[in-house]
Design a binder for this molecule. Sequence first.
Ligand code: UDP
Ligand code: MG
Length: 314
Amino acid sequence: MPEISVVAPVYNQRAQTLIELVRRLSLVISSITDDFDIILVDDGSENDAWSTIGAMASADPKVRGVHLSRNFGQHVAITAGLDYADGNWVVVMDADLQDRPEVIPELYAKAQQGYDVVFVNRARRPESLLYRSLAATFYLVLNALSGQDYNRLQGNFSIVCADAVRAFRRVREPGRFYGGILRWVGFRHASITAEHAAADGGQTSYNFRKRVRFATSLIVSFSTRLLYISILIGLMMAICSFIAAAIIVIEKIRYPDYPLQGWPSVMTAIFFTAGVTNVAIGFTGIYIGQILQQTRGRPLYVVAATTSGVAPIR
Ligand code: UDP
Ligand code: MG
Protein backbone atom coordinates (compact mmCIF):
# COMPACT_ATOMS: atom_id res chain seq x y z
CA MET A 1 0.00 0.00 0.00
CA PRO A 2 1.66 3.26 -1.06
CA GLU A 3 1.65 6.13 1.42
CA ILE A 4 0.22 8.55 -1.18
CA SER A 5 -1.74 7.89 -4.36
CA VAL A 6 -2.47 10.81 -6.65
CA VAL A 7 -5.60 10.68 -8.81
CA ALA A 8 -5.93 13.10 -11.70
CA PRO A 9 -8.65 12.99 -14.38
CA VAL A 10 -7.30 13.73 -17.84
CA TYR A 11 -9.35 15.01 -20.73
CA ASN A 12 -7.59 16.23 -23.87
CA GLN A 13 -4.61 17.36 -21.87
CA ARG A 14 -1.49 18.08 -23.93
CA ALA A 15 1.42 15.62 -23.67
CA GLN A 16 3.67 18.44 -22.51
CA THR A 17 1.31 19.24 -19.62
CA LEU A 18 1.06 15.60 -18.52
CA ILE A 19 4.82 15.11 -18.58
CA GLU A 20 5.27 18.32 -16.59
CA LEU A 21 2.57 17.19 -14.13
CA VAL A 22 4.28 13.87 -13.45
CA ARG A 23 7.69 15.53 -13.20
CA ARG A 24 6.52 18.11 -10.66
CA LEU A 25 4.44 15.58 -8.70
CA SER A 26 7.37 13.15 -8.42
CA LEU A 27 9.70 15.91 -7.29
CA VAL A 28 7.31 17.28 -4.69
CA ILE A 29 5.98 14.01 -3.27
CA SER A 30 9.41 12.39 -2.96
CA SER A 31 10.14 15.06 -0.32
CA ILE A 32 7.39 13.39 1.75
CA THR A 33 7.78 9.72 0.84
CA ASP A 34 9.26 7.47 -1.83
CA ASP A 35 6.23 5.25 -1.59
CA PHE A 36 3.68 6.85 -3.88
CA ASP A 37 1.96 6.36 -7.20
CA ILE A 38 0.22 8.59 -9.73
CA ILE A 39 -3.01 7.39 -11.30
CA LEU A 40 -3.97 9.23 -14.46
CA VAL A 41 -7.50 8.52 -15.62
CA ASP A 42 -7.96 9.25 -19.30
CA ASP A 43 -11.59 10.34 -19.55
CA GLY A 44 -11.94 9.38 -23.23
CA SER A 45 -9.60 12.03 -24.59
CA GLU A 46 -9.75 12.65 -28.32
CA ASN A 47 -6.08 13.61 -28.51
CA ASP A 48 -2.94 11.56 -27.82
CA ALA A 49 -3.29 11.74 -24.03
CA TRP A 50 -3.64 7.98 -23.63
CA SER A 51 -0.50 7.13 -25.58
CA THR A 52 1.38 9.74 -23.54
CA ILE A 53 0.13 8.14 -20.33
CA GLY A 54 1.10 4.70 -21.67
CA ALA A 55 4.60 5.89 -22.50
CA MET A 56 5.02 7.50 -19.08
CA ALA A 57 3.75 4.37 -17.32
CA SER A 58 6.21 2.10 -19.08
CA ALA A 59 9.07 4.48 -18.28
CA ASP A 60 8.10 5.02 -14.65
CA PRO A 61 6.49 2.29 -12.50
CA LYS A 62 4.98 4.96 -10.25
CA VAL A 63 2.70 6.11 -13.07
CA ARG A 64 -0.48 4.11 -13.63
CA GLY A 65 -3.03 4.79 -16.30
CA VAL A 66 -6.72 3.96 -16.59
CA HIS A 67 -8.40 4.50 -19.92
CA LEU A 68 -12.16 5.02 -19.88
CA SER A 69 -13.99 3.86 -22.99
CA ARG A 70 -15.42 7.35 -23.68
CA ASN A 71 -15.82 10.74 -22.04
CA PHE A 72 -17.78 10.17 -18.82
CA GLY A 73 -17.11 13.54 -17.18
CA GLN A 74 -14.61 14.78 -14.65
CA HIS A 75 -16.36 13.56 -11.53
CA VAL A 76 -16.91 10.05 -12.88
CA ALA A 77 -13.24 9.96 -13.94
CA ILE A 78 -12.26 10.92 -10.38
CA THR A 79 -14.48 8.10 -9.10
CA ALA A 80 -12.74 5.64 -11.44
CA GLY A 81 -9.35 6.83 -10.17
CA LEU A 82 -10.46 6.39 -6.57
CA ASP A 83 -11.58 2.84 -7.36
CA TYR A 84 -7.97 2.06 -8.30
CA ALA A 85 -6.23 4.17 -5.67
CA ASP A 86 -4.97 2.09 -2.75
CA GLY A 87 -2.77 4.63 -0.95
CA ASN A 88 -3.01 5.41 2.77
CA TRP A 89 -3.75 8.91 1.50
CA VAL A 90 -5.24 9.82 -1.85
CA VAL A 91 -4.67 13.23 -3.41
CA VAL A 92 -7.27 14.26 -6.00
CA MET A 93 -6.34 17.09 -8.35
CA ASP A 94 -6.83 18.48 -11.86
CA ALA A 95 -4.32 17.33 -14.45
CA ASP A 96 -3.93 20.73 -16.09
CA LEU A 97 -1.52 22.09 -13.43
CA GLN A 98 -4.11 24.59 -12.20
CA ASP A 99 -3.95 22.68 -8.93
CA ARG A 100 -0.27 23.15 -8.16
CA PRO A 101 1.59 19.97 -7.08
CA GLU A 102 3.75 22.13 -4.78
CA VAL A 103 0.75 22.52 -2.43
CA ILE A 104 0.68 18.78 -1.62
CA PRO A 105 3.20 18.86 1.29
CA GLU A 106 1.08 21.47 3.04
CA LEU A 107 -2.05 19.44 2.32
CA TYR A 108 -0.41 16.30 3.69
CA ALA A 109 0.89 18.14 6.76
CA LYS A 110 -2.59 19.45 7.53
CA ALA A 111 -3.99 15.92 7.29
CA GLN A 112 -1.32 14.70 9.71
CA GLN A 113 -2.72 17.13 12.30
CA GLY A 114 -5.62 14.70 12.67
CA TYR A 115 -7.90 15.23 9.70
CA ASP A 116 -9.26 12.65 7.27
CA VAL A 117 -10.27 14.97 4.44
CA VAL A 118 -8.51 18.24 3.62
CA PHE A 119 -9.57 20.47 0.74
CA VAL A 120 -7.67 23.31 -0.88
CA ASN A 121 -9.56 26.59 -1.12
CA ARG A 122 -8.39 28.74 -3.98
CA ALA A 123 -6.85 32.00 -2.86
CA ARG A 124 -8.31 33.52 -5.99
CA ARG A 125 -10.21 32.21 -8.96
CA PRO A 126 -8.43 33.36 -12.08
CA GLU A 127 -11.64 33.24 -14.11
CA SER A 128 -13.47 36.04 -15.89
CA LEU A 129 -15.91 38.32 -14.08
CA LEU A 130 -18.87 36.78 -15.94
CA TYR A 131 -17.80 33.26 -14.96
CA ARG A 132 -17.26 34.32 -11.37
CA SER A 133 -20.67 35.96 -11.04
CA LEU A 134 -22.38 32.92 -12.58
CA ALA A 135 -20.49 30.68 -10.17
CA ALA A 136 -21.41 32.89 -7.22
CA THR A 137 -25.11 32.78 -8.18
CA PHE A 138 -24.94 29.03 -8.63
CA TYR A 139 -23.44 28.47 -5.18
CA LEU A 140 -26.03 30.79 -3.66
CA VAL A 141 -28.82 28.64 -5.16
CA LEU A 142 -27.08 25.37 -4.32
CA ASN A 143 -26.54 26.31 -0.69
CA ALA A 144 -30.08 27.65 -0.30
CA LEU A 145 -31.51 24.45 -1.76
CA SER A 146 -29.21 21.92 -0.14
CA GLY A 147 -28.99 23.64 3.24
CA GLN A 148 -25.21 23.17 3.08
CA ASP A 149 -22.47 25.75 2.88
CA TYR A 150 -20.45 24.71 -0.15
CA ASN A 151 -17.54 27.03 -0.68
CA ARG A 152 -17.22 28.32 -4.23
CA LEU A 153 -13.49 28.65 -3.75
CA GLN A 154 -13.22 24.93 -3.15
CA GLY A 155 -12.33 22.79 -6.14
CA ASN A 156 -11.54 19.09 -6.19
CA PHE A 157 -7.95 19.48 -4.99
CA SER A 158 -7.88 17.49 -1.78
CA ILE A 159 -6.31 14.74 0.27
CA VAL A 160 -8.46 11.91 1.60
CA CYS A 161 -7.62 9.06 3.98
CA ALA A 162 -8.09 5.44 2.90
CA ASP A 163 -11.17 4.95 5.12
CA ALA A 164 -12.96 7.90 3.54
CA VAL A 165 -11.98 6.65 0.07
CA ARG A 166 -13.47 3.25 0.88
CA ALA A 167 -16.68 4.94 2.02
CA PHE A 168 -16.69 7.11 -1.11
CA ARG A 169 -16.47 4.01 -3.30
CA ARG A 170 -19.70 2.70 -1.87
CA VAL A 171 -21.64 5.75 -3.07
CA ARG A 172 -22.49 4.86 -6.66
CA GLU A 173 -25.28 7.32 -7.48
CA PRO A 174 -25.10 8.72 -11.00
CA GLY A 175 -25.40 12.45 -10.17
CA ARG A 176 -21.78 12.83 -9.14
CA PHE A 177 -20.19 15.68 -7.23
CA TYR A 178 -16.89 14.77 -5.61
CA GLY A 179 -17.00 17.38 -2.82
CA GLY A 180 -20.67 16.70 -2.04
CA ILE A 181 -20.22 12.94 -1.74
CA LEU A 182 -17.19 13.38 0.50
CA ARG A 183 -19.17 15.69 2.71
CA TRP A 184 -21.89 13.07 2.98
CA VAL A 185 -19.27 10.44 3.78
CA GLY A 186 -18.25 12.48 6.83
CA PHE A 187 -15.04 12.02 8.88
CA ARG A 188 -12.95 14.94 10.10
CA HIS A 189 -12.77 17.70 7.49
CA ALA A 190 -10.42 20.67 7.22
CA SER A 191 -9.20 23.05 4.56
CA ILE A 192 -6.16 25.08 3.65
CA THR A 193 -5.89 28.04 1.28
CA ALA A 194 -3.50 28.10 -1.66
CA GLU A 195 -3.03 29.92 -4.92
CA HIS A 196 -4.71 28.37 -7.97
CA ALA A 197 -2.68 28.61 -11.17
CA ALA A 198 -4.12 30.15 -14.34
CA ALA A 199 -5.56 27.78 -16.91
CA ASP A 200 -2.93 25.99 -18.95
CA GLY A 201 -2.92 27.67 -22.35
CA GLY A 202 -6.01 29.53 -21.10
CA GLN A 203 -8.10 26.50 -21.95
CA THR A 204 -10.92 24.81 -20.10
CA SER A 205 -12.34 21.53 -21.36
CA TYR A 206 -15.79 22.54 -20.20
CA ASN A 207 -18.27 24.42 -22.32
CA PHE A 208 -21.25 26.36 -21.03
CA ARG A 209 -23.72 23.53 -21.73
CA LYS A 210 -21.58 21.00 -19.90
CA ARG A 211 -21.32 23.28 -16.89
CA VAL A 212 -25.06 23.98 -16.78
CA ARG A 213 -25.77 20.27 -17.01
CA PHE A 214 -23.37 19.55 -14.19
CA ALA A 215 -24.91 22.36 -12.13
CA THR A 216 -28.48 21.04 -12.51
CA SER A 217 -27.54 17.45 -11.83
CA LEU A 218 -25.65 18.60 -8.76
CA ILE A 219 -28.58 20.56 -7.35
CA VAL A 220 -30.98 17.71 -8.04
CA SER A 221 -28.67 15.08 -6.54
CA PHE A 222 -27.99 16.98 -3.38
CA SER A 223 -31.36 18.47 -2.52
CA THR A 224 -35.02 17.63 -2.80
CA ARG A 225 -36.07 21.12 -1.80
CA LEU A 226 -37.09 22.06 -5.35
CA LEU A 227 -39.89 19.50 -5.08
CA TYR A 228 -41.13 21.01 -1.84
CA ILE A 229 -40.91 24.51 -3.28
CA SER A 230 -43.07 23.53 -6.27
CA ILE A 231 -45.62 21.92 -3.96
CA LEU A 232 -45.65 25.07 -1.85
CA ILE A 233 -46.17 27.34 -4.88
CA GLY A 234 -48.92 25.03 -6.17
CA LEU A 235 -50.64 25.08 -2.81
CA MET A 236 -50.46 28.87 -2.55
CA MET A 237 -51.89 29.20 -6.06
CA ALA A 238 -54.69 26.78 -5.24
CA ILE A 239 -55.63 28.74 -2.13
CA CYS A 240 -55.56 32.05 -4.05
CA SER A 241 -57.73 30.70 -6.85
CA PHE A 242 -60.17 29.22 -4.32
CA ILE A 243 -60.55 32.62 -2.66
CA ALA A 244 -60.89 34.29 -6.08
CA ALA A 245 -63.57 31.78 -7.12
CA ALA A 246 -65.48 32.40 -3.91
CA ILE A 247 -65.38 36.17 -4.48
CA ILE A 248 -66.61 35.76 -8.09
CA VAL A 249 -69.55 33.55 -7.03
CA ILE A 250 -70.54 35.98 -4.27
CA GLU A 251 -70.32 38.94 -6.66
CA LYS A 252 -72.44 37.09 -9.21
CA ILE A 253 -75.12 36.42 -6.59
CA ARG A 254 -75.08 40.01 -5.33
CA TYR A 255 -75.15 41.66 -8.77
CA PRO A 256 -76.79 39.20 -11.21
CA ASP A 257 -76.96 41.81 -13.99
CA TYR A 258 -73.38 43.00 -13.75
CA PRO A 259 -71.87 43.09 -17.28
CA LEU A 260 -69.23 40.46 -17.96
CA GLN A 261 -65.75 41.77 -17.43
CA GLY A 262 -62.26 40.71 -16.57
CA TRP A 263 -60.98 38.46 -19.32
CA PRO A 264 -57.49 39.96 -18.94
CA SER A 265 -57.36 38.72 -15.37
CA VAL A 266 -58.62 35.32 -16.50
CA MET A 267 -55.97 35.11 -19.20
CA THR A 268 -53.29 36.22 -16.76
CA ALA A 269 -54.39 33.59 -14.29
CA ILE A 270 -54.35 30.89 -16.98
CA PHE A 271 -50.90 31.83 -18.17
CA PHE A 272 -49.57 32.08 -14.67
CA THR A 273 -51.01 28.73 -13.65
CA ALA A 274 -49.78 27.05 -16.81
CA GLY A 275 -46.32 28.50 -16.23
CA VAL A 276 -46.09 27.43 -12.64
CA THR A 277 -47.46 23.98 -13.44
CA ASN A 278 -44.93 23.51 -16.19
CA VAL A 279 -42.07 24.53 -13.97
CA ALA A 280 -43.25 22.16 -11.28
CA ILE A 281 -43.63 19.31 -13.76
CA GLY A 282 -40.18 20.15 -15.08
CA PHE A 283 -38.62 19.88 -11.61
CA THR A 284 -40.41 16.62 -11.02
CA GLY A 285 -39.26 15.33 -14.39
CA ILE A 286 -35.63 16.04 -13.61
CA TYR A 287 -35.89 14.05 -10.40
CA ILE A 288 -37.67 11.20 -12.15
CA GLY A 289 -34.89 11.21 -14.74
CA GLN A 290 -32.38 10.76 -11.94
CA ILE A 291 -34.41 7.93 -10.46
CA LEU A 292 -34.57 6.28 -13.88
CA GLN A 293 -30.81 6.54 -14.25
CA GLN A 294 -30.27 5.09 -10.83
CA THR A 295 -32.68 2.19 -11.27
CA ARG A 296 -31.06 1.21 -14.55
CA GLY A 297 -28.13 0.27 -12.38
CA ARG A 298 -25.57 0.83 -15.09
CA PRO A 299 -21.95 1.02 -14.07
CA LEU A 300 -20.68 4.57 -13.65
CA TYR A 301 -17.95 4.09 -16.23
CA VAL A 302 -16.42 1.52 -18.53
CA VAL A 303 -12.69 0.85 -18.51
CA ALA A 304 -11.20 0.23 -21.94
CA ALA A 305 -7.65 -0.45 -20.76
CA THR A 306 -5.21 0.02 -17.93
CA THR A 307 -1.43 0.30 -18.10
CA SER A 308 -0.91 -2.36 -15.46
CA GLY A 309 -3.65 -4.80 -16.37
CA VAL A 310 -4.90 -4.52 -12.79
CA ALA A 311 -8.65 -4.83 -12.32
CA PRO A 312 -10.42 -2.09 -10.36
CA ILE A 313 -10.92 -2.67 -6.66
CA ARG A 314 -14.69 -2.74 -7.12
N1 UDP B 1 -11.80 16.66 -17.13
C1 UDP B 1 -12.22 15.35 -17.30
N2 UDP B 1 -13.34 15.10 -18.04
C2 UDP B 1 -14.09 16.09 -18.59
C3 UDP B 1 -13.70 17.43 -18.38
C4 UDP B 1 -12.54 17.67 -17.64
O1 UDP B 1 -11.57 14.43 -16.82
O2 UDP B 1 -15.08 15.78 -19.25
C5 UDP B 1 -10.58 16.94 -16.33
C6 UDP B 1 -9.55 17.83 -17.02
O3 UDP B 1 -8.64 17.06 -17.77
C7 UDP B 1 -8.86 18.49 -15.84
C8 UDP B 1 -9.98 18.61 -14.82
O4 UDP B 1 -10.97 17.66 -15.19
O5 UDP B 1 -7.84 17.68 -15.30
C9 UDP B 1 -10.58 20.01 -14.79
O6 UDP B 1 -11.03 20.36 -16.08
P1 UDP B 1 -10.88 21.82 -16.65
O7 UDP B 1 -9.50 22.33 -16.44
O8 UDP B 1 -11.39 21.81 -18.04
O9 UDP B 1 -11.92 22.60 -15.73
P2 UDP B 1 -11.75 24.07 -15.12
O10 UDP B 1 -10.36 24.16 -14.55
O11 UDP B 1 -11.97 25.00 -16.24
O12 UDP B 1 -12.83 24.11 -14.08
MG1 MG C 1 -8.61 23.75 -15.50
